[in-house]
Design a protein around this ligand. Structure first.
Ligand code: TRP
Ligand code: ZN
Length: 884
């Protein structure tokens, strides 16, 4: 990068100003060529504010400006100036037509932002600020305009020409070229612009909206991948129906296009009527996709579809409001997925994601509120905090207002803001006004970073039958936020009697209401007391049912209480949580014992509880599989002051070993009982496969190599095949492992998404030579630094998924990562900035590791021409002493 980002600028929310000019319409003409694409833009610009004589447009400093005319006349050099990312037109009249011609080089665009090529096809990615790499424009979401797009290209190489809205014209141009013109009737910000030109096959279908509009649905992909698009199509239709049923929201155009591309920085993009997807979230058939992949495709298809209302019809005023569309849309896709199969398992998965990724972010040097106050590079703020904690904040409002109240709020939100670019405050105001509610204190969730910590004690008074819960909250300090105020949150509570029944009682002190799942308590103060009367015996409290707020809990429950809840809680999430809690407690004890060289004791009570789970597993195999899945090494690390990298690994292996041996006959029985003779994708079949594959892991822990080998040989679908490989890659049978990996490669050589898995699994191995393997794979002919999926598969899996080997005390893992980041940063800064994240929480490690991590971060900071993306992350992580 020739750009010098020595002093990257920080952008602040408090500096927001409304745009000085509106763009009434824009007509774009793309002359797509192999070497150099010309883009002619014609826009009608109208002044909005009297005291702004100049029009400022955004544009990539590298972009070649060929000509610029105002109302048909070329602008003299004195009227324009270019500095950095800005083009200023001096003394702009109150209104005028600007014609700007530029030349860009999509064929050399490795950043994958703006117009670029993937697999020989042209495609775009404009969120957040990619449109400025295509032409000069006020590239901010509160400038919304009407787009007409003409695309000209070689007809043989690019038979398919797509943009947003409706196709209003197409034809031949002679000389082997053709054109198409697309018009989007809806005003939209530039970040929702999209264009695709390529040689693509299409899977078509249609959907009739409940008011009778027929919508043509098209999924475009490489011709050979079309048979893998059916699941995406079915998911799309289900999502369209769901949004009508749950929110009364219908699709608003006659056509909905999805294009799958294999080079993509993120998951997918909701461009108006022309979604562009990473192939990973479109293509699925049982041969190349696991059950989890199927679910992910369904969730992301729904997510992008839901954006049509929450994001496109109502968009963000500025990028600080990103959670307005992302938090809300994640909440909507989570609820959609919960309605498709198992609500409780979906909730468990979502909470696991939040804890695995968002909690560390919220406790680390990059902690930020879901509505950040400042940024250097907005791409760095597409975070699990903005997305997933954002979704939890919406979920809390849903809980506080109830299903109907929330719907009233949504209706009012659309009634007020359809066609506008608005703020998170506007959303909350709609929720308040539709319900006569006061969410004043609740708004703090948008402004305060950090995961609130609840400390809970209880008190039982036998003589009066009174039970008291004492809940304290504190919000930890985060960078730039040392003073925190208490938050308002819903706390779902159940009281459970000696036989496991829900106890009836009266809430006589403290704020709360009855709820289907017990009591909905309101926490508002630092110190909160709730008193129940009318209880015949001491209840066991089921705390934070459904994970009703994104917080951590320290409670005075003892191990026996937790195991009681594991057996009896009627709230599935709380049951799972109680079981995981005991496992964590056990693992932390084992870690201490490993460190002290003491004997390792698991505790018969946990084994008994697990036996009970396996005895009852038939009724809900997937749930049993969740219960029996041990907390991951990284999550155990989060529970410690200093991450004990090696001891955690040993402790976890030990616990698995003990549970495998003690329950061997159950594992063997379940492995048999959960094996279906015919493959199918029904929720029941997926559920049985999940438990079968957990059983496989425990059987392997018995030293049984044979089962995994046979499992691989007999697998007829990717879920089973991968489960076998996962076991083999960590097992002791090297020959079986090598044979299986070789077979897998040969079988799927042509399937990029399967080969990604092949890279990832090897990078996740706990074998001591894993880094060596990863280094070899980096030079594999199928590896490329230019393809984000492949990079994430190999490097991302190793650095963020293999705590044991990435954090090898030699520091070699850190050196490997920083070298890769340095190279990727030259090509694709956005992806480089994500890859570097496993290095930033150095304060959590022992002094040796922490020093080695900082050394690599420092080396990155010294790289000439480092992107502002990586600069922001690395510099913030070196500046901030971790507060926790
Ligand atoms: N808006 C997209 C989504 O959540 C996210 C996205 C896709 C994105 N591509 C991107 C964000 C590139 C930043 C940069 O659905
Ligand atoms: Zn989104």
């Amino acid at each position: 990068m020739p750009l010098d980002h020595a002093q990257p600028q920080t952008i602040f929310l408090k500096d927001y100003e409304a745009p000085a000019f509106a763009v009434e319409s824009i007509a774009l003409c793309f002359d797509l060529r192999e070497k150099g694409t010309r883009v002619l833009s014609t826009m009608t610009v109208v002044r909005q504010s009297e005291n702004m004589p100049n029009l400022v447009l955004d544009g990539d400093p590298q972009m070649d400006l060929l000509s610029i005319k105002l109302d048909g006349t070329p602008l003299p050099a004195g009227r324009i100036s270019r500095a950095g990312e800005q083009l200023t037109i001096k003394d702009m009249p109150a209104s005028g037509v600007l014609e700007i011609e530029v030349e860009i080089e999509p064929q050399n665009n490795a950043r994958l932002e703006g117009l670029y090529k993937s697999g020989g096809n042209f495609c775009t990615q404009c969120e957040a600020q990619g449109f400025r790499n295509i032409t000069f424009f006020p590239d901010r979401p509160d400038v919304m305009t009407r787009f007409t797009v003409r695309i000209e290209a070689d007809k043989a190489a690019y038979p398919v020409l797509l943009s947003n809205g409706n196709r209003i014209e197409q034809g031949d141009l002679g000389a082997g070229r053709h054109f198409a013109v697309w018009e989007d009737p809806f005003k939209k910000p530039a970040y929702l612009f999209a264009l695709v030109a390529g040689d693509l096959g299409v899977l078509s279908d249609q959907f009739t909206t409940r008011s009778g509009r027929t919508v043509a649905l098209h999924i475009y992909a490489k011709a050979r991948d079309l048979p893998k698009c059916q699941h995406a199509m079915d998911s799309l239709k289900r999502a369209m129906r769901w949004d009508e049923e749950v929110y009364g929201l219908e699709y608003d155009l006659d056509i909905y296009n999805i294009v799958a591309v294999s080079d993509f920085n993120m998951g997918a993009m909701e461009n108006k009527s022309l979604n562009i997807f990473n192939t990973k979230y479109v293509l699925a058939d049982p041969q190349i996709a696991t059950d989890t992949d199927f679910d992910n495709v369904e969730g992301v298809i729904a997510h992008e579809y839901f954006h049509n209302w929450t994001g496109n019809r109502v968009t963000c005023r500025d990028w600080f409001q990103l959670s307005l569309k992302e938090g809300l849309t994640v909440f909507r896709d989570q609820e959609y997925s919960a309605d498709q199969a198992s609500r409780s398992i979906k909730r468990i998965h979502d909470v696991k994601t939040l804890r695995a990724f968002q909690f560390p972010e919220d406790a680390g040097p990059l902690a930020h509120p879901i509505r950040p106050d400042s940024y250097i590079e907005i791409n760095n703020f597409y975070t699990v905090t903005v997305y997933n904690k954002g979704a939890e904040v919406i979920r809390m409002m849903h809980r506080l207002l109830g299903v109907e109240g929330f719907r009233r709020g949504m209706d009012l939100y659309f009634q007020r803001h359809d066609g506008q670019a608005v703020t998170c405050d506007d959303f909350v105001a709609a929720m308040e006004d539709a319900n006569g509610a006061d969410l004043g204190q609740f708004r703090l969730w948008y402004a305060q970073a950090g995961t609130p910590e609840l400390t809970i004690e209880d008190h039982w008074e036998e003589s009066t039958g009174r039970y008291e819960l004492h809940i304290k909250q504190s919000v930890p300090q985060t960078p730039g936020q040392t003073e925190k105020a208490p938050m308002h949150m819903p706390f779902l509570l159940g009281l459970i009697g000696p036989n496991g029944q829900e106890m009836d009682a009266e809430l006589v002190a403290g704020e709360g209401t009855r709820h289907d799942a017990g009591w909905l308590l309101h926490i508002r103060q630092s110190d909160n007391r709730y008193q129940f009367s009318g209880l015949g015996s001491r209840p066991i409290p089921s705390l934070l049912r459904g994970f009703s707020a994104p917080v951590t809990i320290k409670a005075s429950l003892n191990r026996a209480d937790k195991l009681f809840l594991t057996a009896h809680d009627s709230d599935p999430f709380a049951r799972w949580e109680a079981c995981q809690d005991v496992m964590i407690e056990t693992l932390l004890d084992l870690v201490k014992a490993v460190d002290a060289g003491q004997p390792l004791d698991v505790g018969q009570d946990l084994i008994d509880a697990c036996e009970k789970i396996l005895e009852d597993a038939q009724s809900d195999p997937a749930f049993a599989a969740e219960l029996m899945t041990l907390p991951g090494e990284a999550y155990i690390g989060q529970m410690m002051d200093v991450v004990a990298v090696d001891a955690i690994h040993h402790a976890r292996i030990h616990l698995r070993h003990v549970l495998a041996h003690a329950l061997e006959s159950h594992w063997r029985r379940l492995y048999r009982e959960m094996t279906d003779t015919v493959f199918g994708l029904s929720p029941e079949q997926k559920s049985r496969r999940a438990l079968k594959n957990v059983a496989l892991i425990y059987l392997a822990a018995l030293g049984d190599n044979e089962t995994a080998r046979t499992h691989y040989a007999q697998s007829n679908n990717m879920t089973d095949r991968l489960a076998a490989l996962q076991v083999l890659v960590n097992g002791s049978d090297d020959a079986a492992r090598d044979a299986a990996f070789a077979d897998f490669y040969d079988r799927f050589e042509m399937e990029d998404l399967a080969i990604d898995k092949w890279f990832a699994l090897q990078a996740l191995s706990d074998k001591p030579d894993t880094l060596k393997t990863v280094r070899t794979l980096r030079n594999h002919s199928a590896f490329s630094l230019r393809n984000p999926n492949r990079l994430r598969a190999l490097v991302g899996s190793f650095a963020s998924g293999n705590q044991l080997r990435f954090h090898a005390v030699s520091g070699e893992g850190y050196a490997f990562l920083s070298d890769i980041v340095k190279h990727v940063d030259q090509l694709n800064p956005q992806t480089a900035a994500r890859l570097v994240l496993p290095l930033i929480r150095h304060e959590r490690y022992d002094p040796v590791r922490a020093g080695l991590m900082r050394k690599q971060l420092q080396a990155l900071l010294n790289v000439d021409g480092l992107s502002k993306d990586v600069y922001e992350i690395v510099s913030k992580s070196l500046m901030t002493k971790e507060i926790s």
